[in-house]
Design a protein. Structure first.
Length: 431
């Protein structure tokens, strides 16, 4: 906030200084006639007194009169000059010849000097010297204090705006991070009250839409399961009959398709369940090496290629860590299954625990993931279009589910390049 305030102050000061210099100049130029007549009126008394002093004495003593008047009027300056003096313009000379006073304006439209003709040749000039330094300083310090008072007013006015804008910003960030219940709670009396109200209405709409979408996905997935189970059961019954080999093969193909559909529905249900903010993650303290071992054990049977080697590297200052075992295991199983599908020979699982949290990474020596796709692969149903990806036959939901499972616990899941040459998935859980 102070940066904004400083900028505002600098802009105000620069504008104020420019305005203080330019605006009076323009106004004086525009109303020069009025300024001249006003100053002439103001100085008429001085002038007639000075001229009378000269007229009372003979011309030969005018030099003495000048000296006396200069002493009396100091610091104002009194000069006796000739009418044809070069410092007078021809127009000024004409006025003086007509016995009219000639005035020149200085700063702020105040009189700088005034000249009056004494006879056909001599003129007396009264000049006002520039302000002394201390007076100038006082004037500028007055301006600085006015600026400071303006700044104090600005601060007073800006503070509630700033506070409300910060609240709006943090609510937008919360909403972006998936906290759909976040609202600004800015009162309508605030100057940004209407903006905040529009924002809150938008947040309500988004929450409603996403909830409807999730509920629809949930309902459709549930509704699909019953007919799928019936179909599976019916096909199993049909397969138990005596059938010609070709029909049996066709029916077995259908059973495989139904199982695949059933798997998709299960994945969809897990995905939509993870989107439910009401489901809070558990916090169970686990012994990390045992936890990793149990996950590796659970996917061991799926290891099709016996030549694949899985290494585990534990670097734990603490051997226990509190996490949601079901969600974390789900995410790790997905990552390990992917690594098994895509690796050549080696998979490495690393675990590092520090006071701030726990980091687990799964490396493989496979084909890796192109850098520009490392974020997109976490989108639901997104699959890379490589021959190998098509052969693996997934739905593109595994990584989306894994990321949600970690985000539900306040953690993150990212894809990187692995030192083994393939992909690295880095999982982070805060303490
Ligand atoms: P799927 O179930 O189709 O594998 P995922 O969400 O698990 O879906 O993965 C999405 C895509 O990310 C996959 O289609 C694949 O292209 C890519 N991918 C995932 N893991 C790896 C990996 N270890 N190495 C290379 N590519 C990977």
């Amino acid at each position: 906030m102070f940066r904004v305030l400083l900028r505002l102050y600098l802009i105000t000061i620069v504008t104020f200084s420019a305005a203080i210099y330019l605006i009076p100049k323009a106004v004086i130029q525009l109303f020069e006639h009025r300024y001249v007549s006003y100053n002439l009126e103001q100085s008429r008394g001085f002038q007639s007194l000075i001229v009378k002093e000269y007229q009372r004495a003979p011309v030969q003593q005018w030099a003495n009169v000048t000296a006396r008047l200069a002493a009396d009027f100091a610091p104002l300056k009194i000069q006796l000059m000739r009418l044809e003096d070069a410092s007078f313009t021809s127009q000024e000379q004409r006025l003086l010849e007509q016995r009219q006073p000639v005035i020149r304006l200085g700063k702020w439209g105040w009189m700088e000097d005034v000249s009056s003709a004494l006879d056909d040749q001599l003129v007396v000039k009264l000049s006002v010297p520039p302000d002394p330094l201390d007076m100038n300083m006082l004037y500028w310090s007055m301006n600085v204090l006015i600026g400071a008072a303006l700044l104090a007013c600005l601060l007073f006015w800006l503070r509630p705006h700033w506070r409300d804008l910060e609240r709006l910003k943090s609510t937008a960030a919360q909403l972006g991070q998936g906290d759909l219940a976040a609202r600004t709670h800015i009162p309508p009396s605030s100057n940004i009250g209407s903006l905040a109200a529009v924002f809150d209405t938008m947040a309500n709409d988004i929450e409603l839409l996403l909830n409807q979408q999730r509920d629809l996905l949930n309902a459709v997935s549930h509704e699909l399961r019953t007919p799928l189970t019936r179909l599976d059961f019916g096909l199993a019954l049909a397969l138990s009959d005596d059938l010609p080999a070709a029909s049996r093969e066709r029916l077995q193909g259908l059973v495989a398709h139904i199982r695949e559909l059933d798997e998709l529905v299960l994945e969809l249900l897990s995905y939509s369940r993870l989107q439910n903010p009401a489901q809070l993650p558990e916090q169970v303290e686990v012994v990390l090496d045992e936890f990793i071992d149990s996950i590796l054990g659970s996917i061991d049977e799926e290891l099709e290629n016996p030549e694949i080697v899985i290494d585990v590297a534990l670097d734990c200052a603490l051997d226990r860590f509190a996490l949601d075992p079901r969600l974390t295991a789900r995410a790790l199983q997905n990552l390990l299954r992917n690594a098994m599908r895509y690796c050549e020979r080696r998979i490495q699982v690393g675990v590092k625990v520090c006071a701030r949290g726990c980091e687990i990474w799964v490396d493989d020596d496979g084909i890796g993931i192109p850098a520009d796709q490392r974020e997109r692969i976490f989108e639901p149903f997104y699959r890379l279009d490589r021959s190998r990806d098509r052969a693996t036959g997934g739905f593109g939901l595994g990584l989306a589910i894994s990321r949600r499972a970690l985000e539900a616990q306040g953690g993150t899941l990212t894809a990187q390049a692995s030192p083994l040459g393939g992909a690295r998935f880095r999982l982070w859980l805060p303490s």
